[in-house]
Design a protein around this ligand. Structure first.
Ligand code: AG3
Length: 276
């Protein structure tokens, strides 16, 4: 018998994958969790029915959420990832030799446990001695750790359920305060095709709080519309002015020095979303 899984990305469209194995389905305190084997994308992590990551396309999102801010900062030593319990963003972050410590703050310990057990390719860095995993609320953590981090990445789920507060203006203010004076933050901000209002709202908030606000995009085939956005807020460094000749030795499959700037070149309809 053939088994298929569908994520209904909007009320009008979905992504359907043939699955050959179910490694885990269950409920944590915060959400439904599933770990399935798909023919096309390999192992796939699904939270509350929404595809979070797959072994075959995770590199795009994880490299882009991490290397763009990491290479914009001139000396990122202390890193914070909020969400991202699968470990992919932090795996990329610690590829940077300057990093002394990377803290992962994930609200749902079950996600970390499942990723460690079933997604070693993605979660491998969680056992690194530079990495500290804290199972707690990222909003609270950001408030309690002022002036501490060089780079903060918000690797959240969609703005519903446990992640809703991670798209709030007050949260971005706490992030601003938990960054050092030249700190940078990036948040995943959904699809320019399907989530225009959200992108506009987040970009506006970040633009009000940070001296520099930028939006960049990449292609993630398993996410709604396949086209994804990130919003960056920076206190000092402008990613468009990064000296890309200094970026070298990073082992990547998507990110590269030229893309560092090219990813900020936006199509007209995306420019219009964030136009003042
Ligand atoms: N977090 C963002 C995934 C959003 C996908 N949305 C959806 N499928 N509706 C990814 C976490 C990876 N570390």
């Amino acid at each position: 018998m053939e088994l298929w899984y569908t994520e209904y990305q909007t009320r009008e469209i979905g992504i359907t994958c043939k699955i050959s194995k179910t490694y885990y389905t269950g409920k944590s305190k915060f959400q439904d969790i599933a770990l399935i084997e798909t023919g096309q994308f390999g192992k796939m992590l699904v939270l509350d029915g929404m595809v979070q990551t797959t072994v075959k396309d995770e590199f795009v999102y994880h490299e882009m959420i991490s290397h763009v801010p990491m290479c914009t900062h001139t000396n990122p030593e202390k890193i914070l990832v909020i969400g991202g319990g699968d470990g992919g963003a932090i795996r990329e972050a610690i590829k940077h030799k300057s990093v002394k410590k990377a803290v992962l703050v994930e609200i749902d310990g079950k996600v970390v446990e499942i990723a460690k057990k079933h997604l070693p390719e993605i979660s491998c860095a969680l056992d690194s001695e530079k990495v500290e995993v804290k199972v707690t609320d990222g909003i609270k953590y950001a408030k309690e750790n002022k002036n501490t981090f060089d780079v903060v990445m918000v690797d959240s789920t969609d703005p519903v359920g446990p992640a809703a507060g991670l798209f709030d203006k007050d949260f971005y203010k706490s992030i601003y305060e938990c960054l050092k004076e030249d700190g940078i933050f990036v948040a995943q901000t959904e699809s320019p095709f399907f989530h225009k209002d959200l992108i506009k709202r987040v970009f506006d908030s970040v633009d009000r709080i940070f001296p520099i606000a930028r939006l960049y995009t990449c292609s993630v085939p398993t996410y709604p519309s396949g086209y994804w956005s990130f919003t960056m807020g920076s206190k000092k460094y402008d990613p468009l002015l990064t000296d890309i000749s200094k970026i070298d030795g990073l082992q990547t499959k998507y990110y590269n020095p030229k893309l560092h700037k090219a990813c900020f070149v936006l199509p007209e309809f995306v420019k219009n979303i964030i136009k003042k």
